[in-house]
Structures are given as structure tokens and as C-alpha cells.
Design a protein. Structure first.
Length: 469
């Protein structure tokens, strides 16, 4: 995903070669007319999971490739978007003054098995009131069924003064995740690709920022970036600020350090089974004494439960290319705190959804700290074949002093916990338009991060292919 740049009116190297040591085909076959390029990806495969959930027609990943609370049964299924998000988009650039160009990008992600626009919150609403063991794949996402949920921005660019863009666009943290993840943000094989926590400063809805102004420039070896989102009073929560400083300091070495601060971050989830028992007339929510019901007038078909927080993050990432090997490493430190400006039930969420139940007090006794580590390497055996291995790790603190957390407990999600995942993937590029992949990710949760889970681990051997244009 996000491997195409509106520069010079041509596509960048196609998926699978953008981060590789080799490019399988250097011929320019881009679909470009008068500086406007049509591009896209279709990614379809087949997956077996020893513990999974049925396929979703809307959640961007299609299957819960990574262990989730509801994973509970053997799944063997046609799958989608395993290596990258299927998408279609337009990008363009036009020089309007010597050294200055205007540019734009419009991109939407979709689920090729159903033909639906990718929509994480929709998958959540389909599981409202459903018992955990009976849920289909679901999860929050910045892709919420918007016509251009991948990108919708315009701006100006200069090789001397940098690039300034305005609109809906990747956060700087997400840019770094895609750049330094050994698996390039893969859903089926990367924890930081499947989950938007790393790219969204703790909450996946903020991996892409609406109403944002973004500036990036590189001067010699050094680059810098800044991004500001005006989200207050919109469906995007509160304001956000992201900063990045990095560079290419030695032959093959790249480093980036980033900081992000988001007010009113929203993490959406399904309502519990008690909601299904609520009266539906004359208005959903019924009597005020029904404390587990939605407020009157809010429909469960368009509403989600929400945890609201103020988050800040810092990260440090690096990669190094030597001969046929590209190695990458990354670290993020994410802090979740009570929101300074609480949100109320009935507030708008992205994609036209509504917040039904709202928890503004998830972190009453201090900050929740989530540390994310990853490292891995890609070995290019030839111009066509890469082998990629990676390790991902989450470490969570005990963030509620009232939680009972004896050693190794799964009794509370506020207790300290950990996640580990290991991946191995082979990717063969027939040419710049078509590649095939096969691999697996084994993921495991323990202690507080396993609280409420029906099972603690899963493995997802997957094969698939992508067509890029």
C-alpha cells in the first residue's frame, strides 16, 4: 500500500519492489495521460488458521490474521489483501511554474472478494450484540467506507523547498511504519501492518488524518516533516501534531525519529450482548432505566462503542541495505491518557458512524504505556525472489492500580501483558505487474494482553498473488 507517488507523472516501482534490493522490470508501463496516472492493486489468496473467525466483507483484512479476542475455530478460506491493501487511485502532477508543481492524490481501498469499499466500523456494527464466540472478523480502521479512504489531498512541490499537501493523508508515523516494516505493512504477516496502533499513535483511526496539513523536505542527507490536523468539532476527534526528523547518513543506512500527539483519539469496538436485549420501540434505547441500552434515537446498525484518550508517541526506526540483504528495526513508545475533552454518546465518528457507548475513563490512575518493537530482514536471492523474516513484540504496563494483577494473570486488560509474532514469507515477482507469495505469521498474547481472549495464539499459513497496474 501507498507505494505510488505523484512525481513526474509516472508510477514508482510497483508493489513488492518498492522496498527491495532489486526491481524485476524497469520498463515504464504506467497508465499516465497528461500528468494524471491511474493505478491499483488486487490481492487475493487462500488462508488456513487453526484459530480464526469467519470472513468479513468489509474489514480491510478480510480475515483476523492476527490473534484477536474472538478467534476460536479452524478456518480454511479464500482470503484477500494478505500482502497489501487492494486499491484503486488517481495521482497527478503538473509544473505550473519553473521548479514548482501542483499535485494531487485520490485513492480508495476495497475488498476484492465482495467488491465493497473497505470499512472497519461497518464490520464492528455487524457484530453489535453478538456473543464473542459467534462474531465474524471485525475491527476498527481508518478505512471507514469513505469514497477516498486511502487518500484525498492536493498540494504543491518543489525540489528545493519541499512538498506541502492538504487533505486526508497518511500520518508521518504511518509513513515510517510502511517504510521500515520488513513486510511493508502486510496484513497477513505483519503485526504493525494488521494493527493500526503503531501507525495511528495508539489508535488505528488516526493512521490517516483528515483535515491535515503536511510538509516534507529533504536537504542533502537530512529530511524533516511536520503535520497538523484540525480535528476539533469534526468526526476526527481532536487536534493532532506529528513531527519527523531523519536522513540517509551512510551508504544503505536510513534513520527516522518521529513524535506524535493526538487529542481525542477514538478506538471503536462492538457493543456487548446486553444491547441485543434492549427494546427497539418507540426508539432504540427504550426506558432510561435500561442502563445497558443505547440512548434513545441511536441505532445499533450505525453506532459503535468507543474508548477515548489523549495519546502521544515517539518512535525510532532504521534500515540498512548491504549487498542482497535489507535489514530493518523499529521501536515505538505510546502513552494513553484520559482525554482533556471528553466525548459524549451521540458524537460523530469517521465514515458517518455514531458513538453509542463512550468510555472517557479507561485510564483513571495514570497512563497506559504500550511499547512496540520489531526487526527483520529481506534477502533477495535474485531479481525475482525475496525471502522475508520478521519478529514483532508488544509490551504493556499495569496501568490501573486498582486492577488485581498477580503474576501471569489474564483477569484484567489493565494488567501488564505482551504479544509476540514471528513471520516468514517468500515473494516471487514474475514481472512488475504480477507477483505471488507464500508464508505464515504465528502470533501469541499473554497476561493482560490476553484478557478476554478465547484463545491465546494462532497461525495463518497463506498463499496469494497480486496484480498491480
Amino acid at each position: 500500500m501507498n507505494r505510488y507517488l505523484a512525481c513526474g507523472g509516472a508510477l514508482a516501482a510497483l508493489a513488492g519492489s518498492a522496498n527491495g534490493v532489486y526491481a524485476a522490470d524497469s520498463t515504464d508501463e504506467s497508465l499516465t495521460w497528461f500528468g494524471i496516472t491511474l493505478y491499483g492493486t488486487v490481492d487475493i489468496g487462500y488462508t488456513y488458521q487453526n484459530r480464526g473467525t469467519p470472513h468479513s466483507d468489509y474489514f480491510p483484512t478480510g480475515l483476523q490474521y492476527q490473534i484477536q479476542p474472538s478467534n476460536n475455530r479452524s478456518i480454511s478460506s479464500v482470503s484477500e489483501n494478505g500482502m497489501s491493501q487492494s486499491k484503486i487511485g488517481l495521482s497527478g502532477t503538473h509544473e505550473f511554474f519553473e521548479g514548482w508543481s501542483g499535485l494531487f492524490k485520490l485513492e480508495s481501498g476495497f475488498n476484492p472478494l465482495s467488491g465493497n469499499l473497505s470499512d472497519g466500523p461497518k464490520s464492528i456494527t455487524q457484530n453489535n450484540g453478538v456473543p464473542l464466540a459467534n462474531r465474524t472478523t471485525q475491527g476498527d480502521s481508518s478505512r471507514a467506507g469513505q469514497p477516498f479512504q486511502g487518500a484525498a489531498y492536493g498540494g504543491v512541490s518543489s525540489p528545493v523547498y519541499g512538498t506541502l499537501t492538504i487533505g486526508r493523508q497518511n500520518g508521518l508515523l504511518l509513513d515510517n511504519v510502511l517504510k521500515y516494516d520488513p513486510l511493508g505493512g502486510s496484513y497477513a504477516f505483519s503485526v504493525i501492518g494488521y494493527s493500526g496502533a503503531a501507525g495511528g499513535s495508539g489508535d488505528t483511526q488516526d493512521a490517516r488524518l483528515d483535515n491535515s496539513v503536511k510538509y516534507i523536505n529533504q536537504a542533502g542527507m537530512v529530511r524533516g516533516g511536520a503535520q497538523f490536523q484540525s480535528g476539533a468539532g469534526t468526526a476526527s476527534g481532536g487536534n493532532a501534531t506529528e513531527l519527523d526528523l531523519g536522513g540517509d547518513f551512510l551508504a544503505g543506512l536510513s534513520v527516522d525519529a518521529a513524535y506524535a500527539n493526538k487529542k481525542g483519539a477514538i478506538l471503536a469496538s462492538p457493543f456487548g450482548v446486553e444491547v441485543a436485549k434492549c427494546p427497539t420501540t418507540p426508539a432504540f434505547g427504550g426506558a432510561s432505566s435500561a442502563v445497558n441500552c443505547l440512548p434513545a434515537g441511536i441505532s445499533p446498525g450505525n453506532a459503535v462503542a468507543a474508548t477515548v484518550s489523549d495519546n502521544w508517541t515517539w518512535s525510532l526506526d532504521a534500515s540498512y541495505v548491504y549487498d542482497h540483504v535489507k535489514a530493518a528495526i523499529g521501536y515505538e513508545d505510546i502513552h494513553f491518557r484520559k482525554p482533556q475533552t471528553p466525548l459524549a454518546a451521540g458524537s460523530a465518528d469517521i465514515g458517518g458512524y455514531t458513538l453509542g457507548f463512550v468510555n472517557n475513563n479507561a485510564y483513571p490512575n495514570g497512563a497506559k504505556l504500550l511499547q512496540i518493537y520489531w526487526l527483520g530482514a529481506k534477502y533477495s536471492f535474485s531479481e525475482n525472489f525475496d525471502l522475508i523474516g520478521a519478529w514483532y513484540h508488544y509490551n504493556q504496563n499495569n496501568y490501573n492500580i486498582n486492577a488485581k494483577c498477580p503474576g501471569g494473570t489474564r483477569d484484567s486488560g489493565a494488567c501488564s501483558g505482551r504479544l509476540d509474532a514471528y513471520s516468514l514469507v517468500g515473494n516471487y515477482k514474475f514481472d512488475r505487474h504480477f507477483d505471488a507469495y507464500a508464508g505464515f505469521m504465528w502470533s501469541h498474547v499473554a497476561d493482560g494482553l490476553a484478557a478476554g481472549y478465547l484463545n491465546s495464539w494462532t497461525i495463518d499459513p497463506t498463499i496469494g498473488a497480486r496484480f498491480n497496474f
